[in-house]
Design a protein around this ligand. Structure first.
Ligand code: HEC
Length: 136
C-alpha cells in the first residue's frame, strides 16, 4: 500500500516537474513578444497569420511547432530557397536572424511556440547555443 502510494507520488512529481519545465515564464514571453514585434511581425503579422503567397503563417505550421533543432537552424540561417511549407510555397525570402543573441532567439521561439494557438515546448538559450555552434 505504502509502496503504491510512493510510486503514485513519484509519478505526480515527474508530471509536475515536466509541466513546470515546459511552461514558459511571463518574463520570457514578454521578451519574446517584444523581439517578435520588432523583427518578425512585418512579415509574419501580429497574430502569426502571415501573408498569402509571400510569408507563411506561424500558426501550427510544421517548423514552428516541430522539432527544436530544425526550427533554430531555420531561424539562424534563413532561406532563399522558397521551400514548401505544409504544401504551400511562399515567394519572399526569410532573412537570417543570427544577429539576435541566444537568449533573444530562445525567447522569440518560445513565444511563437506558445502563441497563435500553438502549444509546443519552450526553447532555451542553451538549445540555441548548441545549434549555433553547428550551423557556423
Ligand atoms: C522579410 C520577411 C521575414 C522576416 C523579417 C522573418 N521571416 Fe520567417 N519566414 C519568411 C518567409 C518568406 C518564410 C518562408 C521561406 C520559404 O518558403 O522558404 C519564413 C518562414 C519562417 C518559419 C517557418 C514556418 C513554419 O512554421 O513552417 C518560421 C518558424 C519563421 N519564419 C520564423 C521567423 C521568426 C521567429 C522571425 C523573427 C525573428 C522571422 N521569421 C522573420 C519571412 C520572414
Amino acid at each position: 500500500m505504502f509502496k503504491k502510494g510512493l510510486v503514485t507520488l513519484t509519478a505526480l512529481f515527474i508530471v509536475l516537474a515536466t509541466a513546470s519545465a515546459q511552461a514558459p515564464s511571463k518574463a520570457v514571453l514578454a521578451k519574446g513578444k517584444e523581439i517578435y514585434t520588432q523583427y518578425c511581425l512585418t512579415c509574419h503579422q501580429p497574430d502569426g497569420e502571415g501573408v498569402p503567397n509571400l510569408n507563411p503563417p506561424l500558426i501550427k505550421t510544421a517548423i514552428t511547432i516541430g522539432e527544436k533543432t530544425k526550427l533554430i537552424t531555420w531561424v539562424l540561417s534563413g532561406t532563399t530557397e522558397k521551400k514548401e511549407i505544409d504544401g504551400v510555397f511562399y515567394g519572399n525570402n526569410m532573412p537570417p536572424q543570427n544577429y539576435l543573441k541566444d537568449d533573444e532567439i530562445a525567447a522569440v521561439l518560445t513565444y511563437i511556440r506558445s502563441s497563435f494557438g500553438n502549444k509546443s515546448s519552450a526553447v532555451s538559450a542553451t538549445d540555441v547555443k548548441k545549434v549555433r555552434a553547428s550551423v557556423k
